[in-house]
Design a protein around this ligand. Structure first.
Ligand code: B12
Ligand code: SF4
Ligand code: SF4
Length: 365
């Protein structure tokens, strides 16, 4: 919704520090843990990184990354907000402690609870309304806006980007979601923070599918998050073993990071609540994800990020999980699915998994 209040607007123009403070207080009350502001200029060096990343084809099937590339680099693009003066970046923390382990089968920590697009989207719209009520047109988005979120988060001083590509908020870590507001309000800006990785390279070395082509440079086509969530094609065979027991997403390069071992003292624990793992998910099993009907899938994924991978994708992932980490009780199931599943993609993944599982099982003389 766009709203203009001209009188308010001129009154506020010279006094935007109070508007920023109002926004910060509201953001904190809504659940965000950090807010920062950058001037809405072109993303020069970061835009070049994005251009090179796309040119190398690292985005794979994520065609949307290419479609809006120009807008991602420039918030005053006609496709965004030509009158934009500031980009407000916000972070919201999600639980970092417990692994979501379905035994076998792991789900990335960001995906255990409610879909972050909905939770953050609603909160961002409230903040946009505050800016609009003060007379400044604003656009809010999480993922949905073509915004290069990590690059803007660095510019807005929220934290620094680690060698694992993730935005690390000091005192909170990298298990955060990012959201953006592009606004006409010329708010006071924050200063970017320098990288604090030093000589550490734990994340680069731990990646099971060797997806990093260098520090901070990821070939998404090899990343387990891409393979288990984004792709609609079969997972390439040479990468299947590396997928290990990840059913949806991957946290390996964040779990090893020393910045994720902090106490997060500044956080209000209530703000983690929407993203706490749901019981129905933690009680589900890879066997169930491999072979469930549409109604069961709908019930289990209602309002959850897992829905993005679709029933067929999760079934294919589950086959790989059972091949890599299943037990003798999964052998008959995999054999049946390999022979009878209606989806060619799922049958093929199960057919791959069966001999992998058999090789791992103790041999009966
Ligand atoms: C496409 C995408 C993916 C792709 C590609 C990821 C990637 N690294 O590019 C895939 C599907 C693989 C993916 C995976 C994940 N994603 Co994602 N993804 C996105 C999306 C939509 C665009 C990212 C993008 O622009 N990529 C292009 C490349 C060029 O950018 P980048 O790597 O992010 O950019 C930084 C680095 O390249 C770095 N850099 C470049 N050169 C160098 C050199 C050095 C030395 C260093 C240190 C850094 C560095 O600088 C860039 C920032 O300026 C954003 C949302 C958005 N609208 O921005 C979410 C987003 C980045 N994803 C997010 C999350 C949570 C994840 C996962 C953690 C999910 C999971 N657990 O499975 C993983 C993490 C994988 C990883 N290590 O990056 C969060 C990140 C939060 C954070 N703390 O950073 C975002 C912001 C979504 C959100 N709104 O919260 N994702
Ligand atoms: S999310 Fe997993 S697969 Fe992707 S880069 Fe990090 S460790 Fe590698
Ligand atoms: S694991 Fe080490 S190199 Fe990787 S992001 Fe964390 S501090 Fe940086």
């Amino acid at each position: 919704m766009m709203m203009r209040v001209e009188g308010e607007r001129s009154r506020r123009r010279g006094a935007l520090a109070p508007l920023k403070r109002e926004l910060e207080a509201e953001a904190r009350a809504l659940g965000f843990c950090a807010l920062g502001v950058a001037r809405a200029t072109r993303l020069g060096p970061e835009g070049e990184q994005l251009r090179a990343w796309l040119a190398a084809g690292y985005h794979g099937e994520m065609a949307y990354m290419k479609r809006h590339a120009a807008v991602r680099r420039w918030p005053r693009h006609p496709g965004m907000l030509p009158t934009a003066r500031s980009v407000v970046m916000l972070a919201w923390a999600y639980p970092q402690q417990q692994d979501i382990d379905l035994g076998p089968g792991r789900v990335a920590k960001y995906a255990g609870g409610r879909d972050y697009h909905r939770v953050l989207g609603k909160a961002l719209r409230k903040l946009a309304f505050t800016l609009e009520a003060a007379g400044y047109r604003s656009r809010a988005g999480v993922d949905s806006l073509p915004i290069f979120e990590r690059a803007w988060a660095v510019r807005a001083g929220l934290g620094f980007v680690g060698k694992n590509c993730c935005l690390i908020v000091p005192g909170v870590g990298s298990h955060v979601f990012l959201g953006a507001l592009v606004t006409e309000a010329p708010l006071p800006v924050d200063r970017p923070q320098p990288s604090r990785c030093g000589t550490c390279r734990l994340c680069l070395d731990v990646c099971p599918t060797r997806a990093f082509v260098g520090p901070g440079r990821l070939d998404a086509r090899r990343c387990i998050a891409y393979l288990t969530i984004e792709t609609r094609k079969p997972i390439p065979e040479p990468l299947r073993e590396g997928v290990g027991d990840w059913l949806f997403g991957c946290d390996a390069c964040q779990d090893v990071c020393p910045y994720n071992r902090g106490q997060r003292r500044s956080l209000d624990p209530d703000t983690l609540e929407p993203f706490a793992p749901r019981l129905a998910l933690t009680q589900s099993s890879a066997a169930q994800w491999l072979d469930q009907d549409e109604a069961a899938f709908d019930a289990l994924t209602l309002g959850s990020p897992l829905r993005r991978a679709k029933r067929e994708g999760l079934a294919a992932n589950a086959a790989i999980v059972l091949g890599n980490a299943g037990g003798p009780e999964h052998e008959a199931l995999l054999a049946r699915v390999a022979a009878t599943h209606p989806s060619e993609r799922v049958r093929e993944h199960a057919a791959w998994a069966l001999p992998v599982l058999r090789r791992r099982l103790p041999q009966v003389p």
